[in-house]
Design a protein around this ligand. Structure first.
Ligand SMILES: Nc1ncnc2c1ncn2[C@@H]1O[C@H](COP(=O)(O)OP(=O)(O)OP(=O)(O)O)[C@@H](O)[C@H]1O
Length: 241
């Protein structure tokens, strides 16, 4: 379970995330939607202990994301918005390294790397330097790294942004499988198709404030409105300062 308790963050005098209170249930796929600059990455970086909250807190399965940051990293798989890899490591080596960092013995880490490369369709490029991967391959490798320790919770920042339609579909299918296996997934995106297809519930963040939360059907109010219309309406008005 993910519990946001009045979590807030400012950069100088600019408040990027206003006090956010929200609960995401175990096994739920929650879409964190918002336009550019809404505060999605800032929120996720606080969840991963990369940024210190200005006030409030966020707990993941009872662990405080700031105070217990190391334990959170063991419990959570994280895909950053722009995964960066060591220049002179091959895809297979990176995955194996990440698995070893999570405590797997070398043979188990090598087996885990092979299994993930196979599952993500990266077999053919396993021995290429990851720095030369295409954007889609990097996202897949990043996601494979996030899954290396089979975490209970996945936090994904724009997992299909910039991918071609097939790569985007592949990644979504992999995530849907993980969700069906009971993982809690918190996924930020501004791609509404993906939210509609994957998410049990969504929250729309606009200028640092949660403007709407609910299932896609609830947000559409049972009417004929599309999620796009709901999104555009929720993010249309200037947020109150
Ligand atoms: N290090 C920083 N210093 C100052 N302002 C920042 C910093 N990082 C983010 N911001 C500002 O905070 C706001 C929220 O940014 P954030 O990156 O969280 O948005 P986002 O919803 O992830 O956007 P995008 O979809 O474009 O990635 C933006 O106005 C951004 O300019």
């Amino acid at each position: 379970m993910i519990e946001f308790d009045a979590l807030a963050r400012s950069y100088g005098s600019y408040q990027a995330v206003h006090p956010l209170t929200l609960a995401v249930g175990r096994g739920e796929v929650f879409g964190f939607l918002g336009p550019n600059g809404a505060g999605k990455t800032t929120t996720i970086r606080m969840m991963m202990g990369i940024l210190v909250p200005s006030s409030g807190r966020v707990l993941i399965d009872g662990l405080d994301c700031h105070r217990d940051a190391a334990a959170v990293k063991r419990h959570v798989g994280y895909l950053p918005d722009n995964p960066i890899f060591y220049d002179y490591l091959r895809g297979r080596e990176i995955l194996q390294f990440v698995a070893e960092m999570h405590g797997l013995a070398r043979p188990a880490a090598a087996a885990r790397a092979r299994q993930l490369l196979d599952e993500f369709g990266l077999d053919d490029v396993a021995e290429e330097f990851a720095v030369n991967y295409s954007m889609g391959m990097k996202k897949k490798l990043g996601l494979a790294c996030a899954l290396a320790h089979d975490p209970a919770v996945l936090i994904l920042d724009e997992p299909i942004n910039g991918l071609d339609p097939r790569a985007a579909r592949d990644v979504q299918d992999l995530l849907v499988e993980r969700a069906a296996a009971g993982k809690t997934i918190f996924v930020s995106t501004h791609l509404l198709d993906m939210a509609q297809r994957m998410c049990d519930r969504v929250g729309i963040i606009h200028r640092g404030r949660l403007a709407a939360t609910g299932t896609v059907d609830e947000l559409r109010g049972g009417a004929d409105a599309t999620l796009e219309e709901v999104f555009l309406k929720a993010t249309d008005t200037p947020a109150t300062p």
